[in-house]
Design a protein around this ligand. Structure first.
Ligand code: FAD
Length: 647
């Protein structure tokens, strides 16, 4: 990594410019990926963020990946994004979650060293060609009045900084304000303006402007974080040790190993709440403003207050996670809370390993504005405002990975828009990023959205192991956000895998002959049929190494791809079956629905309710219309007939 101070001085000297192709507002997980992606596509890009030293900060848990989220990290990496490589640099405890299930739904995850993560992201960003980073707070978007020929359509032309005088022009702007948009912090009965502890909120003017001037529907969501605990005050011998995987698996396709050596990894610990915890929660309810509000919080990452109230009488899991190699703190995952600090101390001391624990910083909650994402196109551009793109928590999602994935895609499209290239979309058949964006823009959110593998219809195809084959070539050839180095590497891997599969297919033997070659394999000799190497590899007890030892001349060159080949073979029948369905959906995805269509006067049979839904959401494609809540199969057939006539 290059020294941060030398990189910072380079940026200070750039600040005289007043015109960029793309301006990214915010240096969180969405903003950093957006800025880097826009620059990779070729746009002169400015990233403006409140504090340079908080770029890449992990506001809540020090971890990356997990089930569904790990798939997003792999896809961001396949498109040359930052977070996968940052995770490999900063990871201190790697594990593959869901290992008892099939590899398609494995969840690569790592516990991170907060400081190392931030340093990596800052160093990458500050050394990215065509990207300038500016410390400042954006107070206003510069917007043209609507074009009389396109009523209601504004165009963004730049930003104004908080000091009031300084404005900077750009052809497109990506807003990634996270939990900061009109943010309020909550602890006990105290409320204060803020986007995160120690950070001011984003100006209320931005939110007001989007609501009043651009006519956007804005909602409010909330989330919370646990107290940070002094490590030395916790008796970890009273908790269950949870070791990392003995061989850390890197996130990035460019890395063969992680920075942290296997033996240097730190353990996590598991403990449980007690009835005393429930008692403290109930006693403190009247002192807890955050919990009393109606605003929706993250269902799958609930506070201890919500867990106890929804499931009384249970002992809830609490993970005690390290915050870094040299950090003196522990992160108690599962204990997000917003009661007064003295009650927080009482609560944690009800849990055996923390009987004498000390709190370094109390837990708190945050409430913030978000923009209802059905107002965005699949390129994450605001439909009614040309050149304005939104990504991350501002679109109603929660989580670093969801933010990073959207940020990358919004950055790509903001750059393409600025450079007069057509915007691009990812389909749900090719990526989790496509699933995420399609869910947001066609269904919207009523509570913070997080990714799960169950949201993807074709998860046997959208696997973490093959994200490079699905996305890197497209990212280089069609999108322009992938370096030629990564492209070359992926071509090499793809060709080797194809050659290995051809070699496996060519190994066609009778079961009796396979048995002779590999006496221990679990197939019946009486079943005298022909089997290929791929058929055989589908058996759980057969490994590629076993086949390679029997046929070294044709298979040994591919031993380093053993695990990938095993997974390819196992999922081949399933993927072959899905192929037709994927092709049908891709055809539908490609049938675009004009954005100026008047659904109320469309001369096809549609109920008033269906017309209202279509008018409100304005799906970009037939595929997106199909997935809208309230759209019946009959309505889809009628729409399909209409699209066919007008095409
Ligand atoms: P952020 O990471 O919030 O970054 C926003 C960036 O924009 C910041 O750098 C900020 O300084 C900058 N910014 C904002 N406004 C302006 C402006 N006007 N001008 C210039 N810069 C600006 N996620 C989970 O998955 N689970 C959880 O339990 C969870 N709990 C959380 C609890 C708390 C208290 C907080 C604060 C966050 C929590 N998160 C949680 C959310 C997680 O941090 C976000 O999902 C993720 O960080 C979103 O990334 P982002 O890039 O959209 O925004």
């Amino acid at each position: 990594m290059v020294s941060l101070s030398s990189l910072l001085s380079k940026h200070v000297s750039h600040l005289a410019r007043h015109q960029y192709d793309v301006i990214v507002v915010g240096g969180g997980h969405a903003g950093t990926e957006a800025g880097a992606a826009a620059a990779r596509v070729g746009a002169e890009t400015l990233l403006v963020t409140q504090k340079i030293h908080t770029i890449g900060a992990l506001s809540c848990n020090p971890s990356l990946g997990g089930v569904g989220k790990g798939q997003l990290v792999k896809e961001v990496d396949a498109l040359d994004g930052l977070c996968g490589r940052a995770g490999d640099w900063a990871g201190i405890h790697f594990s593959i979650l869901n290992r008892r299930k099939g590899p398609a739904v494995w969840g690569p995850r790592a516990q991170l060293d907060r400081q190392r993560y931030r340093e990596f992201i800052q160093s990458e960003l500050l050394s990215t060609p065509r990207l300038t980073v500016l410390e400042g707070s954006v107070e206003e978007l510069l917007i043209t009045e609507p074009n009389p020929e396109e009523p209601g359509h504004h165009r963004v032309t730049g930003i104004r900084l908080a000091n009031g005088s300084h404005s900077i022009s750009a052809r497109s702007v990506v807003l990634t304000t996270g939990t900061f948009l009109s943010g309020s912090l909550f602890v006990g009965q105290t409320t204060s303006p803020g986007g995160r502890i120690g950070d001011a909120p984003s100006s209320a003017g931005l939110s007001h402007m989007m609501r009043e001037k651009l006519g956007l529907r804005i909602g409010r969501l909330r989330t919370g974080t646990p107290p940070r605990i002094v490590k030395d005050s916790v008796d970890l011998s009273l908790a269950k040790l949870h070791p990392p995987d003995s061989h850390p698996t890197p996130f990035s396709f460019l890395n063969t190993h992680t920075r942290c050596k296997p033996e240097e990894q730190l353990p996590c610990h598991l403990t449980f709440t007690t009835p005393g915890v429930e008692r403290v929660v109930r006693e403190s309810l009247h002192l807890n403003c955050h919990i009393q509000q109606d605003t929706k919080g993250p269902r799958y990452c609930p506070s201890i207050e919500s867990r106890v109230l929804r499931f009384p009488g249970r002992n809830h899991q609490v993970w005690l996670e390290p915050e870094g190699v040299t950090s003196d703190l522990l992160y108690p995952q599962g204990l997000s809370m917003t009661m007064p600090p003295d009650m927080q101390l009482r609560l944690i001391r009800e849990i055996p390993p923390m009987h004498r624990a000390e709190i370094h910083m109390p837990g708190y909650g945050v409430q913030y504005d978000f923009v209802c994402p059905t107002q965005l196109s699949p390129a994450l551009q605001v439909k009614s405002t040309q050149g304005l793109f939104l990504a991350g928590q501002i679109n109603g999602t929660t989580g670093y990975e969801e933010a990073a994935a959207q940020g990358l895609w919004a950055g790509v499209n903001a750059a393409r828009w600025a450079l007069s290239m057509p915007t691009v979309a990812l389909s749900r058949t090719e990526s989790y990023i496509g699933v995420l964006i399609d869910d947001l823009v066609s269904r919207g959110v009523t509570e913070p959205y997080r990714m799960f593998t169950s949201r993807a219809e074709f998860r046997t195809h959208l696997r973490p192991d093959n994200a490079d084959l699905r996305l890197t070539l497209k990212g280089f050839e069609e999108v322009g956000c992938v370096s030629s180095l990564r492209h070359q590497e992926t071509l090499r891997v793809r060709n080797s895998l194809q050659d290995a599969l051809t070699a496996l297919q060519a190994l066609t033997l009778s079961t009796a002959n396979w048995k002779k070659k590999l006496p221990g394999i679990p197939i019946s000799e009486t079943k005298s049929t022909l089997m290929t190497g791929i058929d055989l590899l589908q058996y759980s007890d057969v490994t590629f190494e076993m086949l390679a030892s029997a046929f070294p001349e044709s298979l040994s060159p591919y031993v380093k791809f053993s695990q990938r080949l095993k997974i390819e073979a196992v999922y081949k029948p399933h993927c072959d079956l899905n192929k037709k369905e994927i092709e049908r959906i891709q055809r539908e995805e490609n049938m675009s629905l004009p954005q100026d269509i008047d659904y109320f006067s469309l001369p096809v049979s549609l109920s008033q309710e269906v017309r209202e839904i279509l008018d409100k959401v304005r799906p970009s494609t037939l595929g997106a219309a199909t997935r809208l809540e309230g759209i019946t199969p009959a309505a889809v057939v009628n729409l399909l007939n209409y699209v066919r006539i007008t095409e």
